[in-house]
Design a protein around this ligand. Structure first.
Ligand code: G
Ligand code: MN
Length: 385
C-alpha cells in the first residue's frame, strides 16, 4: 500500500541546486513536492493546485517571495507560507512577518529543520481548516438558537404586558354604543402590533396561551363595561382546538351571556375538526357568535350556514368609499336584507366619514364601528355622534 502523502508542498527558489536538494529532503520525509524557479511560475501553480504549505525564497527576479506571499494569502488566508533568504535583512523579515509568513528561514536550511518546519506548517493548515469549519457550524447553531430565544423572550414579555383596547359598536337609531370590540395590544415594542404578536405565537406554538390571556383580560373588564353593552372578542381559528375555551368555569365563560365571539372570514376553518359541533358547544355555554370581516375572505356565504351567526361584521373594504361605488352598495343592500330576514345583526366596520355613514344608513344599516365614532382606546371610549 502506498504511504499516504503528508501534504502537498510548493517549493520556490531561483537556484535549481537549492530546489533539487530541498525537494529531495522533503520527498524523503513523505511530502508531495512541486517546484518552481521563479515567482510567476509559482503563482500559476498556486492558482491551479491546492497546497498545504509553501516554502519560498525571498530574493528572486520578477515576482519575488514577498509579492508571492501576498498573492497566496489573498487567495487563501489559511495557507502557511515560509520564506527563506540567503541574506537576512531585518526589514524583509519584518515585512514577511507582517504579511503573515509563518516562518523566516535562513539558508542554507538544515534538512531536518526544513522537514520539521514543513510538517508543522501542514499540521497548522489542517487545524486552521477544521477551526474554520467548527466556527461555521457554531455560528449557524448559535444563530438559530439566538433567533429562537429572542422571539421566545419577546413573546414572553409581550404576554406579560398585554393590554386590551376597546372600540364602541354603535346603534345610530339609539345614538348609543350597544357593544365594544376588544382589540389586542402589547407594550412590548417589538411585538406591539397584534398581527406580529399572533405570528410570533403561531411560530412558537403558543396560540392557545395567547388566546387564554386575551380572554382572561376581557373577563377582568366585563364588570367595568357600560351597562347592557356586549363585548366582542376575536377568536383565532386555532382557539377552537383549545379545551380551555369550552370549560364552563373559565373566566370568560362565566360572563358568556355578555360576550360575542368573532370568527374571522380571513382565515380558513379547514383543518379544525367539526366546527359546527364546537360552535354549538360555545352557544350552549351562552356565547353569541359573529362572523368577522365578511367580504374579505374566501369562505363567502358558506360561513352563514356553518356558523349560523348572531352577528355579521361587514369588512371595511366594502365600506370604504361606499357612497361612490354602486356595486358595493348593491351588495351591501342584499346582505342587509338577508340579515334582516335571518334576524342577524349587521355591523359595518371601518366607517370613517359621514358620507360613508349616510350611504350605509340609506342601504338599511344601523349598527356601525369605525374611527368616525371612536378610535379603539382604554376601557371604555365614549362614541361621538
Ligand atoms: O379584523 P378586525 O375587524 O377584528 O380588525 C379590526 C381592526 O380595524 C382594529 O385593528 C381596529 O383598530 C381597526 N379599525 C377600527 N375602525 C377603523 C376605521 O374606521 N378605519 C380603519 N382603517 N381601521 C379601523
Ligand atoms: Mn374583529
Amino acid at each position: 500500500m502506498q504511504e499516504m502523502a503528508k501534504g502537498r508542498v510548493l517549493l520556490v527558489d531561483d537556484e535549481s541546486a537549492v530546489v533539487r536538494t530541498y525537494a529531495r529532503a522533503l520527498r524523503r520525509a513523505g511530502f508531495v513536492v512541486e517546484s518552481a524557479e521563479e515567482g510567476a511560475a509559482a503563482t500559476a501553480l498556486l492558482e491551479a493546485g491546492d497546497f498545504d504549505a509553501v516554502i519560498s525564497d525571498i530574493g528572486m527576479p520578477g515576482v519575488d517571495g514577498v509579492a508571492m506571499l501576498r498573492a497566496a494569502r489573498d487567495r487563501d488566508p489559511d495557507l502557511p507560507v515560509m520564506l527563506m533568504t540567503g541574506t537576512p535583512e531585518l526589514e524583509t523579515a519584518i515585512r514577511a512577518v507582517e504579511l503573515g509568513a509563518l516562518r523566516y528561514l535562513v539558508k542554507p536550511v538544515d534538512a531536518e529543520l526544513l522537514t520539521h518546519a514543513v510538517a508543522d506548517a501542514v499540521r497548522l493548515r489542517r487545524v486552521a481548516h477544521m477551526q474554520r469549519q467548527a466556527v461555521e457550524l457554531y455560528r449557524r447553531a448559535a444563530g438559530d438558537a439566538t433567533a429562537r430565544a429572542t422571539l421566545e423572550e419577546r413573546f414572553e414579555r409581550a404576554l406579560g404586558r398585554l393590554e386590551m383596547v376597546y372600540q364602541p359598536i354603535v346603534s345610530w337609531s339609539q345614538r348609543a354604543p350597544i357593544a365594544y370590540e376588544a382589540l389586542l395590544r402589547s407594550h412590548e415594542p417589538t411585538l406591539d402590533r397584534p398581527d406580529r404578536l399572533l405570528d410570533a405565537a403561531e411560530q412558537l406554538g403558543r396560540l392557545h396561551q395567547l388566546g387564554q390571556a386575551i380572554r382572561a383580560e376581557v373577563a377582568a373588564s366585563v364588570d367595568a363595561a357600560p351597562e347592557g353593552a356586549l363585548l366582542f372578542v376575536n377568536l383565532h381559528s386555532s382557539d377552537l382546538d383549545d379545551e380551555q375555551l369550552f370549560w364552563p368555569g373559565a373566566p370568560l365563560a362565566r360572563a358568556a351571556g355578555r360576550v360575542v365571539l368573532e370568527m374571522t372570514e380571513r382565515a380558513s376553518l379547514a383543518g379544525i375538526g367539526d366546527v359546527r359541533a364546537r360552535v354549538l358547544e360555545l352557544r350552549r355555554l351562552g356565547y353569541r357568535i359573529a362572523v368577522d370581516d365578511l367580504g374579505a375572505g374566501y369562505a363567502g356565504l358558506t360561513s352563514f350556514a356553518q356558523l349560523q351567526p348572531d352577528v355579521v361584521k361587514l369588512d371595511m373594504s366594502l365600506v370604504r368609499g361606499v357612497e361612490l361605488e354602486p356595486t358595493k352598495r348593491k351588495l351591501i343592500r342584499s346582505i342587509c336584507q338577508v340579515c334582516q330576514e335571518l334576524d342577524i345583526t349587521l355591523v359595518t366596520e371601518g366607517v370613517e366619514t359621514a358620507n360613508e355613514r349616510d350611504a350605509l344608513l340609506e342601504l338599511g344599516c344601523d349598527v356601525f364601528q369605525g374611527y368616525l365614532f371612536a378610535r379603539p382606546g382604554p376601557p371604555f371610549p365614549v362614541p361621538q355622534f
